[in-house]
Design a binder for this molecule. Structure first.
Ligand SMILES: O=C(O)c1ccccc1N[C@@H]1O[C@H](COP(=O)(O)O)[C@@H](O)[C@H]1O
Length: 246
């Protein structure tokens, strides 16, 4: 199986090139002023152009206003919008239907109740993103380089693809992939030399470690994928013309 890789908080063209060359899938642009990775929408649109459609573009927002969501939809035409604030299920549904956007909802995880909360969003999103719950005095709800207890994720199967994030690094990602069934993985701080300063070598190492894990097999993730495909398979398969298959 191929793990989906998102590298978040990019601000330079050479970072996009590094993700593309190393075999990443998604690039994230932070549209949140309190983050050291904040970029303007115009700059994000220029960087998105650099992907030439070879990487998925994911703007990250925190409780975005209608105006910002509308501008993102219009100027960026993203592959997914990452909602990393306290957006309610109703707000997620509105963003999806009113602006026709595909949504990745981030949930801060510190205990089983947070996973219950995550499940409530599952029918209305294209991805869930599980991140560490931020400390009370944090200035931002994510991008804090903090991991959480992955054993909470044992048996977590929300019925929608989900990404793991929170304090991942090139050194820890292999273990994260062996211990969880995440279909994707997201990183920001762990591929930086200082807050907001991406390190191209660490980006390459991170993506390389994920692709190595893919090559060696990820039993938990493969089993989860097989289960979800069985759920989608019709009970009485028919041919394309509608008659019962032989
Ligand atoms: O990266 C940020 O600055 C950020 C700001 C506000 C919300 C989320 C943010 N980043 C996301 O947080 C997780 C974990 O990041 P890290 O690897 O622990 O630094 C990741 O999904 C980023 O997309």
């Amino acid at each position: 199986m191929r793990t989906e890789i998102k590298i978040c908080g990019l601000s330079k063209r050479e970072e996009i090139d590094a993700v593309m060359e190393a075999g990443g899938d998604l690039v994230g642009f932070v549209l949140f002023e309190k983050s050291p990775r904040n970029v303007s929408l115009g700059h994000a649109a220029a960087l998105a152009g650099r992907t030439c459609g070879k990487l998925g573009v994911v703007p990250l927002t925190v409780n975005a206003s209608d105006e910002l969501v509308a501008r993102i939809a219009e100027d960026l035409r993203p592959d997914l919008i990452q909602l990393h604030g306290s957006e309610s299920v109703e707000r997620v549904r509105e963003i999806r239907s009113r602006w026709n956007l595909r949504v990745m909802k981030a949930i801060g995880v510190a205990g089983p109740k947070d996973l219950e909360a995550a499940r409530a969003y599952a029918p209305f999103v294209e991805r869930l993103l599980l991140d560490a719950k931020p400390p009370k005095d944090a200035t931002r709800p994510g991008g804090n380089g903090a991991p959480f207890d992955w054993s909470l994720l044992d048996g977590f199967d929300p019925g929608v693809p989900w990404m793991l994030s929170g304090g991942l690094t090139p050194e820890t990602v292999t273990e994260a992939l062996s211990r969880t069934a995440a279909s994707g993985i997201d990183v920001s701080s762990g591929v930086e030399s200082a807050p907001g300063v991406k390190d191209l070598g660490r980006i390459r190492s991170f993506i390389g470690a994920v692709r190595d894990a893919d090559r060696h097999g990820r039993p938990l993730a493969a089993a989860a994928l097989a289960r979800s495909l069985r759920v989608r398979e019709p009970a009485n398969p028919t041919t394309a013309s509608g008659s019962r298959a032989a």
